[in-house]
Design a binder for this molecule. Structure first.
Ligand SMILES: NC(=O)c1ccc[n+]([C@@H]2O[C@H](COP(=O)([O-])OP(=O)(O)OC[C@H]3O[C@@H](n4cnc5c(N)ncnc54)[C@H](OP(=O)(O)O)[C@@H]3O)[C@@H](O)[C@H]2O)c1
Length: 407
């Protein structure tokens, strides 16, 4: 029996170790199989796919997408009830990360031409387990369990009726959330966890009285991060548009700075310095945000807006990684000499973190922030909504037309 739940490794190391994935897997000779239902084998399913990169018109609905196959004994097939969308879906639709992801994609899931198309977008999922691989211990997951997951960018996504995932990537869905609500959380939660906990060094026991600044508090990552940090006792300041103030205050924020009122660094400089800055905005923020940190106290600036994938897309894997390493190292050194730490945050799939987050949700400490819900037939409209920006929480697509006890 394989160890079912392993601690999360970074997205970075997952990519570097493409031959040694963070989720330990073995192929059994008879393990590749198709899902059986009512004694008939399902080989196709409805899904939204893209056959080339481009703008929204590349989205195509099909009833004949390939049914996901269990290739490894620790995988599960999940019937998707709801799929959450993120800015990365729009980026992936346009080809972002293609070169990097090709390195990581499971060769068993790529068709004979070596192409990743048809590609299914959708990185967030809430649904019900339909089948478990042979090494998935029933103590962890069994058929019929309601689960949620953030789907790594190198896997087929959740804008489909079924998806196959490693058991390490899924987690039991919080009982108090509907599938629609649950699908709004995993990708931003796993990203926030990676940035704030794994990179930023924060946890529930060391956050009390820490001063945290979130640049960009009103979107998916921001609205989740605010709640997690407040649950852990931190003092949280955010920047957002004036018309998002009510939303973020409702999530517990202590101090709000309206970035549309003028150069935002000016009012921020007047505040007491911070222990950590989470940057969801990018652009010119790096030129002033590190100056808001307490020097020589281990304070960190963690940005989620990095050129990592763009480097590898543009320069290829080896040169792109080299460029990335040089950029991060030189910036980290430059800022270290001023007594503050400069870091890049990355999404990392993390079922164990979702277990903890599920408990926080069921304890009433974190809620899902769903801005708008779309039907399966409205996926193009949902993608346009995300593409337009100005998110106030998350955009979610209801997938399954079946019974949903929690909705
Ligand atoms: N590195 C990774 O692995 C990773 C993972 C997830 C996300 N990300 C990146 O992190 C960023 C945030 O992700 P998300 O899912 O939270 O995006 P989102 O849901 O689209 O939210 C972005 C929010 O930022 C606000 N905003 C825009 N410009 C701003 C500014 N100058 N100052 C303050 N707020 C501003 C937007 O509202 P208004 O425009 O109305 O103000 C919106 O509410 C994105 O760039 C995303 O690509 C990176």
């Amino acid at each position: 029996m394989l160890p079912l739940r392993q601690s999360a490794c970074s997205w970075w190391s997952c990519l570097l170790n493409s031959r040694a994935p963070c989720v330990k897997t073995l192929v059994h000779g008879d393990q590749r199989r198709l899902f059986n239902t009512s004694n008939s084998r399902m080989t196709i399913m409805p899904a939204w796919v893209i056959d080339r990169y481009g703008s929204n018109d590349v989205l195509r609905f099909t009833k004949n997408a390939g049914f996901p196959i269990i290739n490894y004994p620790n995988e599960v097939v999940v019937q998707v009830h709801a799929a959450g969308l993120n800015p990365i879906d729009v980026s992936m639709r346009g080809g972002y990360g293609a070169a990097t992801m090709a390195m990581k994609r499971d060769p068993l899931n790529i068709n004979q031409s070596g192409s990743e198309f048809p590609l299914i977008l959708g990185r967030d999922m809430s649904g019900v387990i339909m089948e478990c691989g042979l090494d998935v211990a029933p103590a962890y997951f069994k058929e019929g369990d309601e689960v949620w997951a953030a789907i790594p960018p190198w896997k087929q996504g959740s804008l489909a009726e079924f998806v196959v995932l490693s058991a390490n990537e899924v987690s039991k869905k919080p009982k108090c959330l509907s599938h629609i609500e649950a699908a709004a959380v995993p990708y931003v939660a796993a990203t926030a966890w990676s940035a704030l906990v794994n990179t930023g060094g924060l946890n529930k026991d060391n956050c009390a009285k820490k001063r945290i600044l979130i640049l960009g508090g009103s979107g998916g990552v921001g609205t989740f991060s605010i709640q997690m940090l407040k649950a852990w006792g931190a003092h949280v300041t955010v920047t957002c548009s004036q018309n998002a103030e009510r939303l973020v205050r409702g999530l517990g924020v202590d101090h709000v700075v309206d970035y549309t009122a003028g150069p935002v660094e000016v009012p921020l400089r007047a505040l007491e310095k911070f222990d950590l800055v989470l940057d969801n905005v990018g652009g010119d923020t790096e030129s002033w945000a590190l100056g808001l940190l307490k020097p020589w106290c281990g304070a960190k600036y963690v940005t989620l807006v990095t050129p990592f994938l763009r480097n590898t897309d543009r320069l290829g894997i080896a040169d792109g990684m080299l460029q990335t390493g040089v950029t991060v190292a030189s910036k980290a050194l430059k800022h270290l000499s001023k007594g503050v730490h400069y870091r890049w945050g990355m999404f990392a799939p993390n079922g164990l973190a979702l277990d903890d987050i599920s408990e926080m949700v069921d304890a009433g400490k974190i809620r899902a922030v769903v801005e708008e819900e779309f039907t399966f037939s409205q996926v193009p409209q949902a993608m346009l909504k995300v593409e337009k920006g100005h998110a106030r929480g998350k955009t979610v697509v209801k997938i399954s037309s079946g019974e949903d006890s929690s909705e």
